[in-house]
Design a binder for this molecule. Structure first.
Ligand SMILES: [Zn+2]
Ligand SMILES: [Zn+2]
Length: 774
């Protein structure tokens, strides 16, 4: 094994000392922002999945740097928030102390990987100098009318003991801990992301992102065009409004269904003749989760509101009104017109409760709308972003509530009396180190038990007032970190506008697809708000996004419970970071993922050892770049640009084979080392120095090729009869025996020898020769 330990520690230090990966943030001429998703320390160290994504991103950055770009590749820690807090809880430490331990450990690992990080610009989201600006953003949202507090039925994770945003609930489960989420009526802070629903949707057409991520966002935003139609309630002044995307089916609407929470039920309760049954149904539905209520395949329950009839405005006929918990109050209007002839769910319900099903003709949706006085309406599935968390480890929400001002009807924003933002000069609102930091499971977070924290004065009237004791969602921390990287030491403003103009939007963002409707949606939203505030001149933060595939082991998902998690440190220790990097990238197409096999890593170990021996053998051929190298340069250039690293590495291996077969010139070796540099940065740097080149290979120009030297992938097929040479022909590599035989038989001298004799046997050596035995 080549001396990888010595080499890797030598170059880690040398790169740091000479700052070769630190572009001038003010003066760079060809800025290229190469971003990866910063890790959250929720375990004792980096997962191999992180290493996979980071190496893939780094290769791209190194490739661009060798093309003369001023590549900026920053790193930091997304260390605030529930993931890191839960880890501290698990290991029994205080999050403040755990953060220090994790920081040291994660940065050590990140340094070992050999990425070209700009270490001077690292940041941690729990650093008060960082979250001062997270809080500042909250205040700007508040000033823009985009932050508000209201009582709502919200998602509650009983295990994490906090509310969750809609985006953090996947299939009815907490995205983090997989516990079933319940609903609670709580007063919470929201960001009005719905104001940007249309822009978030339409801008998707303008960005270079994987189609599946765009589709996930489109579906999540969930735009639908429909109509709002009012159905009068017979013998009352009330009406039931429904939202439908199928107004053309209105003639077939034979009944209506309300959510159990629908306000009409209370408004007409004196007319309901089966009150007891209705009340008991409503009570029962309260104990169910939204997921339970909407689950496909579950038999529908419901109760008719006897004594109440609605009038179908199109037929003017009276139809019954039911309540059922499969209708959700927060979707549409909380009421539906049921058309059992055209809707499967309605049909199932109608059959169960023996409600007539009428297959009426469809009408022109636009016409009938007009006729019954309906209004056209665009609906979105997207809900406002629930931003407050009843946890400890996050930035305190920088708001103050004054009772005296509330009583007097005073406040900073209409409709929110008593609420004031913390004056900007008082930021950050520091998170105190408190003993009792564990989530209590009550509607208030741990900071609510700390009078020293929450007691303050009203910024408006000076009376005793109370700070907000919730902290903000960790996804707020990560929604803007890439803005701060470009100006981490700025104490006066969130970032310098000139720097943003130079470096942003991000040129290439590489990371996992799992945050398609979380981080990747929230970052777009905040950037749009920054644009509106005049902080930046663009709306989309990530021009190009590529997602890495999933890494599995021996055909199975890696998990702690299976005990098959690959520990990157172990492999770095045994084989070096270059081997780990190259093997990870060799596993399969980066965007599709790969299957880690311990046996497979030896192939890469051999390749780098042969590289070491071959380059240092010193038996060089005379001359410049060998002609055959041009095709290899082209292939590796194209594959690396296209993030097909696995095939680029195969080609590097082909070059090494050819060196061993045919020998190499000094120029060949230099070119090879430059092509290898992004993948195996340490060994290529060491060999680059050893063969007498100027530091550093990572700043050297990427090799170019000449079009006219791109030789076809052909070879000379030797044709023999009874072992004697009878001809030869240039053909494509991989030619089949059948095709080779045809060519041989067509050869003039072969025909002469063959005459009328029969061929007894054909010996075919692929890509070499064909021998006819007669
Ligand atoms: Zn949870
Ligand atoms: Zn006040």
């Amino acid at each position: 094994m080549y001396p990888f330990k010595k080499i890797e520690s030598k170059w880690t230090n040398r790169w740091l000392e000479s700052s070769i990966y630190e572009p001038s943030l003010d003066k760079a001429k060809k800025p290229f922002y190469n971003l990866m998703m910063f890790p959250y320390p929720s375990a004792e160290g980096l997962h191999v999945g992180n290493v996979y994504a980071f190496v893939g991103s780094d290769i791209y950055g190194r490739f661009k740097r060798m093309h003369g770009e001023d590549v900026f590749e920053p790193i930091g820690l997304d260390g605030f928030g529930i993931h890191s807090e839960n880890y501290a809880l698990k290991v029994g430490t205080h999050p403040v102390d755990q953060a220090k331990t994790s920081e040291k450990r994660f940065y050590e690992q990140l340094k070992m990987m050999g990425n070209s990080f700009a270490w001077n610009e690292r940041l941690e989201t729990y650093d008060p100098e960082y979250y001062r600006w997270t809080q500042w953003i909250f205040i700007q949202m508040w000033r823009q009318g985009l932050a508000y507090k209201k009582k709502a039925s919200v998602n509650w994770c009983p295990s994490c003991r906090t509310v969750l945003a809609d985006e953090q609930v996947e299939g009815g489960e907490c995205e983090r801990c997989k516990t079933e989420v319940t609903k609670k009526d709580l007063e919470q802070w929201f960001f009005k992301i719905t104001d940007y629903a249309e822009k978030l949707l339409s801008n998707l057409d303008k960005i270079d992102w994987p189609e599946n991520i765009k589709t996930a966002q489109r579906n999540w935003i969930g735009k639908s065009q429909g109509s709002l139609i009012k159905f009068p309630v017979a013998e009352t002044k009330e009406s039931i409004e429904v939202y439908t995307t199928r107004p053309d089916t209105i003639l077939g609407a034979t009944y209506m269904v309300l959510a159990p929470e629908h306000p009409l039920i209370d408004a007409v309760k004196n007319r309901i003749t089966n009150k007891k049954a209705v009340e008991s149904y409503i009570e029962k539905s309260k104990s169910k989760t939204e997921n339970d209520r909407m689950a496909e395949g579950k038999s529908k329950t419901g109760v008719e509101l006897r004594g109440i009839k609605a009038i179908n405005p199109a037929t003017e006929k009276e139809i019954p009104v039911w309540i059922s918990d499969y209708v959700i109050m927060s979707y549409g209007t909380g009421a539906i017109m049921a058309v059992p002839a055209y809707d499967e769910r309605d049909e199932e319900f109608a059959k169960k409760f023996k409600i007539p099903i009428k297959k009426e003709k469809l009408v022109d949706g636009d016409e009938i709308t007009k006729k019954v006085g309906g209004k056209k309406k665009t609906n979105y599935h997207l809900r406002d972003w629930l931003i407050s968390r009843q946890r400890y480890w996050g930035p305190p929400i920088p708001m103050i509530h004054c009772e005296k001002c509330e009583e007097a009807g005073k406040g900073e924003q209409a409709g929110m009396p008593g609420w004031y933002a913390v004056p900007e000069k008082d930021l950050p609102v520091a998170l105190p180190k408190i003993k009792e930091f564990k989530p209590k499971g009550t509607p208030e977070g741990p900071l609510a038990s700390s009078p020293a924290f929450y007691k303050t004065k009203c910024p408006h009237c000076g009376s005793p007032a109370k700070r907000e004791t919730d902290v903000s969602d960790t996804f707020l921390d990560s929604a803007w970190y890439f803005f701060r990287y470009i100006d981490v030491n700025n104490k006066k403003e969130i970032f310098k506008k000139e720097r943003a103009k130079k470096w942003l939007p991000v040129n290439m963002y590489i990371g996992g697809a799992e945050h398609a409707v979380l981080h990747l949606l929230y970052s777009r939203f905040l950037t749009m708000v920054f644009k509106k505030m005049g902080l930046v001149n663009f709306e989309e933060p990530f021009t190009t996004l590529r997602a890495n595939g999933l890494l599995i082991k021996e055909g199975m998902k890696m998990s702690k419970s299976r005990g098959n998690v690959v520990n990157p440190d172990q492999y770095i220790d045994k084989f070096g970071a270059d081997v780990l990097r190259t093997y990870l990238m060799f596993l399969g197409p980066f965007q599709e993922g790969g299957d880690w096999r311990d046996a497979g890593i030896m192939g890469v170990v051999r390749f780098l050892n042969r590289t070491w021996d071959s380059v240092l053998a010193g038996e060089l051929k005379e001359g410049g770049l060998s002609d055959w190298m041009h095709a290899s340069i082209k292939k590796i250039t194209d594959e690396t640009a296209g993030i097909k690293y696995n095939t680029a590495i195969s080609e590097l291996m082909v070059i090494m084979n050819t060196f061993e077969e045919k020998g190499a010139t000094k120029e060949d070796i230099d070119v090879f080392l430059r092509l290898l540099a992004p993948f195996a940065p340490f060994v290529s740097e060491e060999l680059w120095e050893k063969v007498g080149n100027k530091y550093s290979v990572h700043k050297a120009q990427w090799p170019t090729y000449e079009e006219d030297k791109l030789i076809e992938d052909t070879f000379t097929l030797i044709i023999q009869v009874n072992g004697k040479l009878r001809g030869s022909v240039d053909v494509k590599r991989g030619i089949s025996e059948k095709d080779a035989l045809k060519l041989a038989e067509a050869e003039k001298r072969v025909k002469e020898v063959l005459g009328n004799k029969k061929i007894k046997k054909v010996i075919f050596v692929e890509d070499k020769l064909i021998n006819l035995v007669i």
